[in-house]
Design a protein around this ligand. Structure first.
Ligand SMILES: Nc1ncnc2c1ncn2[C@@H]1O[C@H](COP(=O)(O)OP(=O)(O)OP(=O)(O)O)[C@@H](O)[C@H]1O
Ligand SMILES: O=P(O)(O)OC[C@H]1O[C@H](OP(=O)(O)OP(=O)(O)O)[C@H](O)[C@@H]1O
Ligand SMILES: O=C(O)c1cccnc1
Length: 487
């Protein structure tokens, strides 16, 4: 049985190794040791130059009901190791039963443009709790951010057009379909064909009709007439079932009949063939018949590259129906968000900063209680500087490229800035008022308007500068040197 309401309140929705580590922390007396983890990704999806942060409202919803049900604990109690013995002591299950979410969470608001290596979310609290949450936090933020980014790329190439998400049938299960519909709207789509997403998220729902409608009648004309008779206010006719040009002519006939009844032909839809050629022909036929306001909808395996190409070819399409390539994030099915331990509290109250070494410089994590300071000027965003909140930047700060220390920038007090991570939970208590989905969607466009066009190029975009504040850079370098020696 699928979960049609798409509720996410499952505290077992994590990897087993989070529970085995949690158990280990508990046994070792470390369960409540304060830790800080940063959630970030290393590379933009789709070879692009920006990513849209999305999924925070799902995170909030998830954490608001983060408790273990008796049946969850019963199930954990049945798990055994390779020796056949229970994995977890009963007392550990009691600990989980009595546990309440106690962490601080800071995160960038949904709809913010974000860049590699900067935290989208930071969690601070008992290490056992942070650890259990690694998997659901990544699950909730990775996919929504990915689809919102894909949608935003399509919006960029069709700024004035209507974008409809048609993906539910091709989505990764019901949950993937719901999440994708939400993220597509946030990223800039205007409506979805997914009625459940319309109800749940307040997204406009729109649609045309399928080939089956036409095929179920003796003739295309009769199919169009019948549709217009019963749905005169929603008459967008799919014209390519048999012969597209003939289909357009049939639609015009029906349009004239609709006008006599005080309605109009809202649109025609093309779903096969050369969409540039056919849309130009359709526009001419429609205009010549006085239907210059009738929309031309196109669908058929569209993505941002095909939409861009069709526009360059002069296609007369003003509504785009996009399914598969959007909701599956077809050319990059996952955003590689990661969750890394960055600091752990010592018994003397000081922070012990942590770092994961790697042969690949790109994969070396960054320590610190990280915050992102975004500098901007009259032209938009200038750079993002990651700093350690325990060692605040001076009013004149130096930002260093973590991969080439010779590249440095100075930000004096003449620059405006804002810190991106906002408090979402304080010691487990929610402290953030989520904006509406419509406000989040508007934020995406405001954010993109602040990016240089080169950063928004679909292919080989310019890289937006992200660096480390000098004291954090020094901390990281010091740690790398120490760990390379010691381990
Ligand atoms: N003028 C065009 N320029 C670039 N791409 C186009 C153009 N017209 C259509 N396309 C795209 O080319 C692909 C055509 O795929 P395909 O050949 O499978 O479709 P079709 O045969 O026309 O339709 P179907 O197989 O659905 O009946 C689709 O992704 C479509 O969006
Ligand atoms: O192409 P997408 O971007 O995924 O958009 C959704 C597709 O779903 C419908 O097709 P249908 O399921 O009837 O199959 P089809 O591919 O044969 O048209 C519709 O006609 C679109 O072509
Ligand atoms: O309404 C439509 O035209 C539609 C909906 C889902 C998939 N394809 C098309």
């Amino acid at each position: 049985m699928i979960n049609p309401t798409h509720e996410i309140s499952d505290s077992l929705l994590t990897d087993l190794y989070q529970f085995t580590m949690a158990y280990g922390y508990w046994k070792a007396g470390k369960a409540e040791q304060e830790a800080v983890f940063n959630l970030y990704f290393r590379k933009h999806p789709f070879g692009g130059g920006f990513t849209i942060a999305c999924g925070l409202s799902s995170v909030i919803e998830y954490l608001n009901s983060y408790t273990f049900q008796d049946s969850d604990l019963d199930y954990l109690g049945t798990l055994t190791g390779s020796d056949g013995q229970p994995l977890f002591d009963k007392d550990f299950l009691v600990y989980l039963q009595n546990m309440s979410f106690q962490c601080d969470i800071e995160a960038v608001p949904e709809g913010t443009v974000v860049f590699p290596n900067e935290p989208m979310l930071r969690i601070r609290g008992p290490i056992l709790q942070c650890q259990l949450l690694e998997t659901p936090l990544l699950n909730l933020l990775n996919f929504e951010s990915l689809v919102a980014t894909k949608a935003a790329r399509m919006r960029l190439v069709a700024p004035q057009d209507s974008l409809l998400e048609f993906g539910l049938r091709r989505a990764q299960g019901p949950d993937g379909g719901m999440t994708a519909s939400r993220a597509a709207y946030v990223g800039g789509f205007d409506a979805t064909s997914n009625v459940s997403a319309g109800k749940r998220y307040g997204i406009p729902v729109k649609g045309t009709h399928a080939h089956s409608w036409v095929m179920s009648f003796d003739s295309e004309l009769e199919a169009f007439q019948t549709y217009a008779q019963y749905l005169p206010a929603n008459t967008t006719l799919l014209v390519d079932t048999y012969n597209t040009i003939q289909g357009i002519k049939h639609a015009i006939l029906v349009g004239n009949e609709l006008r006599k009844r005080g309605h109009d032909l809202a649109g025609i839809r093309l779903d096969s063939g050369d969409l540039a050629y056919l849309s130009i022909e359709a526009r001419q036929l429609l205009d010549a018949a006085g239907f210059d306001q009738t929309a031309i909808v196109a669908s058929n395996d569209l993505d941002e590259y095909i939409i861009q190409s069709l526009k360059l070819q002069g296609a007369k399409i003003n509504v785009w129906g996009v399914g598969t390539k959007l909701v599956t994030a077809f050319d990059q099915p996952a955003l590689g968000g990661v969750f890394k331990l960055a600091a752990i509290r010592q018994p003397d109250g000081s922070w012990y900063y942590t770092l994961k070494l790697s042969e690949q410089t790109l994969k070396i994590s960054t320590p610190g209680i990280q915050q992102v300071r975004r500098y901007f000027d009259a032209n938009g965003f200038v750079a993002d500087m990651i700093y350690n909140q325990e060692n605040m930047p001076e009013s004149s700060a130096t930002m260093i490229d973590p991969y080439d220390f010779t590249r440095q920038r100075q930000f004096d007090s003449s620059f405006a800035w804002e810190d991106l991570l906002q408090p979402i939970f304080k010691q487990g208590i929610p402290c953030y008022t989520s904006p509406s989905i419509h406000e989040v969607r508007a934020r995406v466009q405001q954010q993109l308007a602040n990016l240089h066009p080169g950063i928004k190029r679909l292919v080989n975009p310019h890289t937006y500068p992200v660096g480390l504040e000098a004291k954090l850079f020094d901390l990281k370098t010091e740690l790398i040197l120490k760990l390379r020696e010691a381990k």
